[in-house]
Ligand binder design. Structure first.
Ligand code: GLP
Length: 241
C-alpha cells in the first residue's frame, strides 16, 4: 500500500482529483469506480470544475458505483443514484447511460447483483476505484465480517453504520438497513484503488487498515493484498499511524 499524508482535506481532494484527471487523459475510455459519502464530495467538485474548463473529458468514460441502499429507487433523494446525479453526473459530459449504480429497486436483488458483476466484466473491469472508509473500517457497504473474496451482494448494515449515516436522513424518513454493495473481491479486482480518508474520526480505522492484521473485522485491511492501492490521508486521519 502506498500512503500519502497531506496537510488537510482540501489537499486530499486535489491530490485525488489529479489522479483521476491523469487517468482519464491517459485512457479517455477509463472505467471509473466511484463512491458516495461526504469524503469524495470535494474531489467531485474539482472534477466538475476541470471538466467545465475543458481540462478533462468523461465523454468516453464508464462508471460503476460501489453501493446503493436496497429499497430506494434512483429518484429517492437518499439514494446513491440521486446523490451521484446531483454531485457529479449532471454537471459533467459523461454519457448517463454508461453510469452504473446498483439498482436499489430491483425486484430480484440477487439476480441484480450477478448482473452488476457481469456489467463490470463486460466493460473490461474497473481501471481505478475510489473509496472512502467507514469508522468501522467498511469499504462500500462491506461491513466487518464481510468475506475478503466477496462479490456484489446484498448486505445488512451494522448499527454503527446506520447511526453514522442517520445524519443524511430526516427524523421521520425511512432509513434502509439493507444495501447492495460490490464485494471486497470485486474491489480488489480494480487495477488501481484510491482510498481517501479525512478527519480524526477515521484515524482508528486507518490504523487498522494499514498496521492491523489482514482481517474481515476491518474490511479495508484487504487492501494490503492489492498491488496498486493508495491511501491519501490528511494529518488527522493519519494521526494514529
Ligand atoms: C457510507 C458509504 C461508504 C463511505 C462511508 C463513509 O457508508 N457506503 O462508501 O465510504 O459511508 O462516509 P463519509 O465519507 O461520509 O465518512
Amino acid at each position: 500500500m502506498q500512503i500519502v499524508i497531506l496537510n488537510n482535506s482540501d489537499d486530499v481532494a486535489s491530490y485525488g482529483a489529479n489522479i483521476f484527471i491523469q487517468q482519464l487523459r491517459r485512457k479517455p475510455s477509463s472505467v471509473l469506480g466511484l463512491a458516495t459519502g461526504s469524503t469524495p464530495l470535494a474531489l467531485y467538485r474539482l472534477l466538475i470544475g476541470a471538466n467545465q474548463v475543458g481540462d478533462v473529458s468523461f465523454a468516453q468514460a464508464t462508471s460503476f458505483n460501489l453501493d446503493e441502499y436496497l429499497g430506494l429507487d434512483g429518484q429517492h433523494k437518499q439514494s446513491y443514484r440521486y446523490f451521484m446525479d446531483q454531485q457529479l453526473f449532471d454537471h459533467i459530459d459523461i454519457d448517463k447511460q454508461r453510469t452504473f449504480v446498483p439498482p436499489g429497486d430491483a425486484s430480484d436483488p440477487i439476480e441484480a447483483c450477478e448482473r452488476y458483476e457481469r456489467q463490470i466484466a463486460q466493460a473490461g473491469g474497473i481501471d481505478i476505484q475510489l473509496l472512502g472508509i467507514g469508522r468501522n473500517g467498511h469499504i462500500g457497504f462491506n461491513e466487518p465480517s464481510s468475506g475478503l473474496m466477496s462479490r456484489t451482494r446484498v448486505k445488512t448494515l451494522t448499527k454503527a453504520t446506520i447511526e453514522d449515516n442517520a445524519r443524511f436522513f430526516s427524523a421521520d424518513e425511512y432509513q434502509p438497513h439493507l444495501s447492495i454493495t460490490m464485494g471486497i473481491g470485486t474491489i480488489l479486482d480494480a487495477k488501481k484503488v484510491l482510498l481517501l480518508a479525512t478527519g480524526a474520526n477515521k484515524a482508528a480505522a486507518i490504523k487498522a487498515t494499514v498496521e492491523g492484521a489482514l482481517s474481515a473485522s476491518c474490511p479495508a485491511s484487504a487492501l494490503q493484498l492489492h498491488r496498486n492501492a493508495m491511501l491519501v490521508l490528511d494529518e488527522a486521519a493519519a494521526s494514529q499511524l
